[in-house]
Design a protein around this ligand. Structure first.
Ligand code: DC
Length: 220
């Protein structure tokens, strides 16, 4: 069997990137490169070591000694410790943007991600996948969906977790994060050949089946 392809999945906030990437990877027998988890793990390590989100020697040292492993079963290891739960805490979600915005951090993470993807057979997920990390990927997808639908999905997810929050609040939060993403510059260029997939009217199963068909056409 030949080397599998690289599939880069990017998209707007709450478009279902993670779920889709995870299910697609498992259907194809590929590995799921959850790059958001890597930025989260770095943030956890920095908060624990009290290293501030500024481009200095302390952060540089942390980046060079840090070891992040993404296990095939989805667990995230930080220097061998399972931090899968810890990196999803609100404290990390609040802090991660400040670290992820630093060019020093992005360079280190992008380098590591490219090494992890070099062998192919990978579904790489995150907002700079097509623009900066894998511009040569055989398949580049951008997931989009209407704001109202994204808010409904996120709302029911949070309700299932028992969080007391209104649909309006969820919608406002997504709108704010959309705006932040627009103001950020994740990659050098606008990549060519990105297929936009609108998931507004698709169930998660339909979404994954559609991407799996595109992946097969692209050589998976
Ligand atoms: O997708 P997520 O919520 O797990 O991502 C966590 C944070 O990391 C979020 O602030 C966006 C950022 N991120 C990034 O800057 N580049 C990526 N490739 C993936 C995530």
């Amino acid at each position: 069997m030949g080397r599998g392809i690289v599939i880069a999945i990017d998209g707007v906030v709450s478009a279902g990137k993670s779920t889709t990437a995870r299910l697609l990877a498992s259907q194809l027998g590929y590995r799921h490169l959850d790059t958001g988890a890597m930025y989260r793990a770095l943030t956890l390590a920095a908060l624990r070591a009290q290293v501030a989100p500024v481009a200095d020697a302390a952060l540089e040292a942390l980046l060079s000694r840090l070891r992040i492993d993404l296990e095939p079963d989805g667990r995230v290891l930080l220097d061998g410790e399972d931090v899968s739960e810890a990196i999803r805490q609100p404290e990390i979600s609040r802090a991660v943007g400040a670290y992820a915005d630093l060019p020093l951090v992005r360079r280190a993470m992008v380098g590591q991600q490219q090494r992890l993807g070099a062998a192919g057979s990978v579904v790489a997920e995150g907002r700079d996948m097509a623009s900066a990390v894998f511009p040569q990927a055989e398949l580049k997808i951008r997931l989009v969906a209407d704001l109202e639908e994204r808010a409904r999905r996120r709302f029911s997810e949070l309700r299932t977790k028992g969080l007391a929050i209104s649909l309006e609040q969820v919608g406002a939060d997504i709108r704010r994060r959309d705006q932040q993403d627009l103001e950020r510059d994740y990659g050098a260029s606008s990549p060519t050949g990105v297929l936009e997939v609108d998931t507004t009217t698709l169930s998660i199963e339909e979404q994954v089946a559609h991407l799996a068909a595109l992946a097969r056409q692209a050589g998976a």
